[in-house]
Design a protein around this ligand. Structure first.
Ligand code: AMP
Length: 117
């Protein structure tokens, strides 16, 4: 655990979150500032700063994170109409929290993948 990491502190129970799914190695909770009717963050309980580090350092954890994201999408009723799964990574993507997290967003048409340039 990284004591300075917001999401590690959520895993530790030090900061409250609305948890919707949990496994031995992953946790999923509602985004505090949702950008769609459904907006859930799925994280590994272990600290990895971004998806590149997770993929490199923990392939089994990477697979577990994807499986949890799929389970969340199904539980939230997103499989019929579709949803978006994304990892903001680094500065150009606007990553704000440096504990890898998959955004599961859906529940309404999401519009273009990126803002028009
Ligand atoms: P990113 O820009 O990909 O790093 O996304 C970070 C996300 O974390 C944003 O969508 C925030 O709204 C969300 N967030 C920040 N603090 C919390 C919190 N305490 N509980 C739930 N979500 C949070």
């Amino acid at each position: 655990m990284d004591n300075d990491c917001l999401f590690c502190r959520i895993v530790a129970g030090e900061i409250p979150a609305t948890v919707v799914h949990e496994t031995d190695t992953t946790l999923a909770f509602r985004d505090i500032d949702p950008k769609a009717p459904v907006h859930v963050l799925v994280i590994p309980k272990d600290h990895h700063p971004d998806v590149v580090a997770l993929a490199r350092d923990d392939p089994a954890g990477s697979a577990a994170l994807l499986a949890s994201a799929a389970a969340v999408a199904e539980a939230e009723g997103l499989l019929t109409d579709g949803f978006r799964l994304l990892f903001n990574t680094g500065g150009y993507a606007g990553q704000e929290v440096f504990h890898v997290h998959a955004h599961v967003v859906g529940g309404a048409p999401l519009g273009p993948m990126l803002a028009p340039r």
